[in-house]
Ligand binder design. Structure first.
Ligand SMILES: [Zn+2]
Length: 498
């Protein structure tokens, strides 16, 4: 290895250490820190971020990358992939002035506080001036980059490298009409029964049950743990320390099981990345959408499937005999897959979820284009909810104010959730060609072949391949809504007898 490459890895290794140290502090903030620690924690995180920013934009790093690009021209090798990713990160970071980063941190901190109050009071006017500032910042951010086909491309690229606004729009356009039509058909037939899912369930028993499931999936407990936090999330400090959090909601007790499966899907991805990518820009998942394709695959395509519950339902019934008394496997399966247009994205079922995302994407694009004024958002939100889902929020807390993302300046993020669903169905089609008896294996509680497939084709590569190139390499196709729509038609056609 050349001396310059050694030096590059040294600098980037330190940046990675700082980022992971910040992640430990953030994890602690969510699972253990007393409220009094908030101010000091904020300072600590801001100091770490500042040092990481200095290191990742230094002139020395720029010179090294320039020289190394000549030494390792664009190609298939791991070195050239690493230099490609590092150069892009460097170029992006250098384009954004430090004063802008500081201003954004200040604006979003205040916006977050305002959003909490606005949501609590269900009063958009409290959040309105802050969101206006955020939109202004986002539009300024776009100007730091070379002109794109669409200004929103710049934002999308931060979350889903290489993907264009026009591509996402065209993927969603047709899908939206088909999903709206599917839920209309479902709404015209009798609803399934699910009252027993909302009975009183013992929190500890459900928690343990979830842990047993994800252990069987292949989540490595020697390199992971599950803790309680207000919101479920996954975080990695190293390939050998990948943690998840979860919560118990009395109104939705089963969410504890599906939350564990979802976060374990993210975590198994991180645990499966090539260990030699540790402390390099190739560590971590390929993109947000590819990451979400893993969590959704385990949560929905596996965890909400009939074969899965053929294996686990007898045990669940034994654990909760009173709550599930007289409930057959088939009734249980139908209940956990109940389709019902609802107001809140995070609680949405598989058939309606993407519509919540499309609505946000359309509003974001309009905001960035300047085609919609922030003050008109609540009304536009409600109109689109009625058009896509047939429900109208009774107030802003259950409408435009429900998600935290905009308050943090994260505009450009939402579409990755829906894209993750689409990609998960594309993987599933490819998997079924290679593992012909997949359902049979799942119904016996065997997941090693499935995990092995994901490990070898997707996980191990980390960020080595661009997200779209990875999808193409594994499935032979670009991101495509076809397999997901067939999956929905098949599954819900069966459940609702369409
Ligand atoms: Zn997720």
């Amino acid at each position: 290895m050349s001396e310059k490459l050694v030096r590059l890895k040294e600098i980037l290794g330190e940046v990675s250490d700082l980022t992971h140290a910040a992640a430990v502090l953030e994890w602690d903030q969510n699972v253990g820190m007393p409220a009094g620690g908030a101010e000091a924690r904020g300072q600590q995180l801001s100091t770490l971020a500042k040092i990481a920013q200095e290191k990742s934009t230094s002139d020395e790093l720029g010179r090294l990358l320039e020289d190394l690009q000549k030494e390792y021209p664009e190609g298939e090798s791991e070195e050239s992939a690493m230099i490609r990713v590092a150069s892009r990160n460097y170029e992006k970071a250098r384009r954004v002035p430090a004063e802008f980063v500081a201003e954004r941190a200040l604006v979003t901190t205040q916006a977050f506080e305002a959003w909490v109050v606005a949501k609590k009071k269900s009063d958009f006017s409290v959040f309105h001036p802050h969101l206006e500032k955020i939109v202004e910042l986002v539009r300024r951010y776009i100007t730091f980059f070379p002109p794109a086909d669409h200004p929103y491309d710049v934002l999308l690229d931060d979350y889903e490298r290489g993907l264009k606004t026009a591509e996402v729009k065209s993927i969603f356009q047709d899908l939206r009409l088909k999903q709206v039509e599917l839920i209309r058909r479902i709404g015209s037939v009798g609803q399934v029964r699910d009252d027993f899912l909302h009975a009183k369930y013992n929190e500890q028993k459900l928690w343990k049950f979830g842990e047993r499931i994800i252990g069987k999936f292949g989540y490595d407990w020697n390199r992971g743990r599950q803790d309680q936090a207000p919101h479920p999330f996954e975080t990695s400090f190293s390939v050998n320390d990948v943690r998840i959090t979860n919560r118990f909601e009395a109104d939705h007790p089963m969410a504890t099981l599906f939350g564990a499966m979802h976060e374990a899907g993210h975590a198994m991805y991180e645990q499966g990345i090539n260990p030699s990518y540790e402390r390099t820009p190739l560590e971590g998942g390929a993109s947000l959408a590819v990451h979400e394709s893993q969590s959704r695959l385990w949560e929905n395509l596996v965890g909400r499937s009939m074969p899965f519950w053929e294996h686990f339902y007898p045990e669940l019934k034994k654990t909760f005999p009173a709550q599930l008394d007289g409930i057959t496997l088939k009734s249980f399966y139908k209940a956990i897959n109940k389709v019902e247009p609802s107001l809140i994205r995070v609680n949405a079922d598989e058939a309606t979820y993407n519509l919540h995302v499309m609505l946000r994407l359309e509003l974001e694009i309009s905001m960035v284009e300047g085609a919609v004024a922030v003050r008109d958002l609540p009304q536009m939100w409600n109109e689109k909810m009625r058009e896509y889902l047939g429900v109208i929020p009774p107030n802003d807390a259950k409408g435009v104010l429900q998600d935290v993302h905009w308050s943090g300046g994260s505009i450009g993020y939402f579409s990755t959730y829906a894209l993750g669903n689409l990609i998960s169905a594309q993987w599933a089609e490819a998997i079924r060609k290679d593992i012909r008896d997949l359902d049979d294996r799942i119904s016996k509680g065997k997941f090693d072949d499935l995990l092995g497939w994901l490990r070898g084709k997707i996980h191990v590569h980390g960020k080595r391949y661009e997200p779209q190139a990875l999808v193409q390499k594994v499935t032979g196709a670009k991101i495509d809504a076809g397999p997901f729509m067939s999956y929905l038609e098949d599954k819900f056609g069966g459940i609702y007898g369409l």
